[in-house]
Design a protein around this ligand. Structure first.
Ligand code: NAG
Length: 403
């Protein structure tokens, strides 16, 4: 998403040329920002106290009463130090957000690029709280001016969208990628509850199935990190009660302990070797002081046989965490054996001539068939490197500072 923002900035200079080229390549088009000003009075604000925001493209034709709510991702901040760093970026302040955002992939408005959702009302909700929309701390320390109010943002934004017409939705899909994919799991039943009972509601989590795994040094790094996130943001009271009534709240940030109790149909789209998880859960810098994993994390083709073996175990851990959910006919599952992160927002991976496939079906088709109950889709690919349709990630080392 940082990529999109950079592109957007560049596009401000060469707007016409850029629009033309991006349309031809199916990269999408640009949508203006809406600030939810009335949220401020409710204390529903970004880390820096600025109003939350979203980008909305109105539905048309047969999609006029259908709503796609896509939640932006961007990691988390786990303590005052990291939240202060985030506060003055686009992930902590609507003052820092670009005013025009590219809509592509699942947000695209053309049928050839987005066969089932193109004419829906499509919303991209900006992420500026650092807690996957779960935080709620009343007190604001004047020394930091940090606001931990993600859960209030969630409510204020959904209420605003209901007023804009979502309250008469026929169909609705809550979606998101990365920290936004986790949001769509955490808030799935809550979203369902805010919509009329007559609305058909489903949720899609893209690259949001973060697992509770040990890192390469044997430490439960991500578990401690999530514990810090929910403690800093006061999130426990806003996590699904079906989980917190049984388990320690920090466990209830992991989809594997949550998802079996979610009653709304959920589609889990995730790469088996999710590149964010490999970089930040399996081999975070703190667990790899000599940098043995550096090259492998940037580019999967640089991994040694031993590293690939470790990654195969990671995949098995992910599959185990999925199997633990039990079977549900309403669940969708697209687990491809790629080294990537977020596949619904980029045109190339969502729906294109060479997009990733499972059983020859691209992601957009699998999700569309599942949403409309035309066909179930629950597929897990064989292990790396058998999938030839991947768009494997090659990281820019300056990108994604991680956890
Ligand atoms: C805050 O979190 C970061 C990232 O996990 C960590 O490196 C740092 O030591 C933490 N700082 C404090 C004050 O706890």
């Amino acid at each position: 998403m940082m990529v999109v923002d950079t592109k957007t900035k560049r596009c401000l200079y060469l707007q016409l040329v850029c629009l033309l080229l991006s349309t031809l390549k199916g990269e999408g088009f640009y949508m203006g920002i809406t600030y939810v000003q009335n949220a401020v009075a409710k204390g529903a604000v970004c880390l820096d106290g600025s109003p939350p925001a979203y980008h909305l493209d109105k539905g048309f034709g047969t999609g006029i009463n259908n709503w796609l709510v896509q939640i932006e991702g961007g990691g988390w901040c786990n303590n005052v130090t990291t939240c202060l760093v985030r506060k003055n970026t686009r992930l902590g302040s609507s003052k820092q957000m670009v005013k025009q955002l590219a809509f592509s992939g699942i947000l695209h408005k053309e049928e050839t690029f987005n066969p089932d959702f193109y004419n829906w009302n499509r919303v991209k909700v900006r992420y500026c709280d650092g807690s996957s929309f779960t935080g709620d701390v009343e007190a604001v320390n004047p020394a930091t001016n940090l606001h931990f109010r993600g859960a209030r943002i969630w409510t204020a934004v959904i209420e605003d969208l209901l007023e804009k017409g979502m309250k008469t939705a026929k169909n609705a899909l809550l979606s998101g990628c990365s920290a936004g994919g986790l949001t769509s799991i955490l808030h799935c039943d809550g979203f369902r509850a805010l919509l009329p009972t007559t609305t058909k509601v489903k949720c899609l989590s893209d690259a949001g199935y973060f697992i509770n795994a040990k890192d390469v040094s044997g430490v439960e790094h991500i578990r401690a990190y999530y514990n810090d996130v929910i403690t800093t943001h006061g999130s426990a009271k806003n996590l699904p009660v079906s989980c917190t009534s049984r388990l320690n709240p920090s466990m209830c940030f992991f989809p594997q302990y949550l998802a079996q109790n979610i009653r709304t149909p959920l589609f889990i789209l995730n790469a088996a070797y999710d590149s964010w998880q490999i970089k930040n859960i399996l081999a975070p810098a703190v667990a790899d002081p000599h940098g043995y994993w550096h090259d492998c994390k940037l580019d999967v083709t640089k991994c040694s046989p031993a590293q690939l073996k470790t990654m195969q175990s990671y995949r098995l851990g992910l599959l185990h965490a999925l199997a633990g959910l039990g079977k549900s006919p309403s669940r969708g599952l697209f687990i491809n054996s790629c080294y990537t992160h977020c596949q619904s927002e980029m045109q190339e991976t969502w729906f294109s001539a060479d997009s990733p496939v499972l059983n020859k079906i691209p992601i957009a088709k699998a999700v569309g068939e599942w949403y409309y109950d035309r066909a179930p889709f629950q597929k897990i690919d064989c292990p790396y490197p058998c999938d030839k349709s991947c768009h494997n990630r090659v990281y820019d080392p300056n990108e994604h500072p991680g956890v």
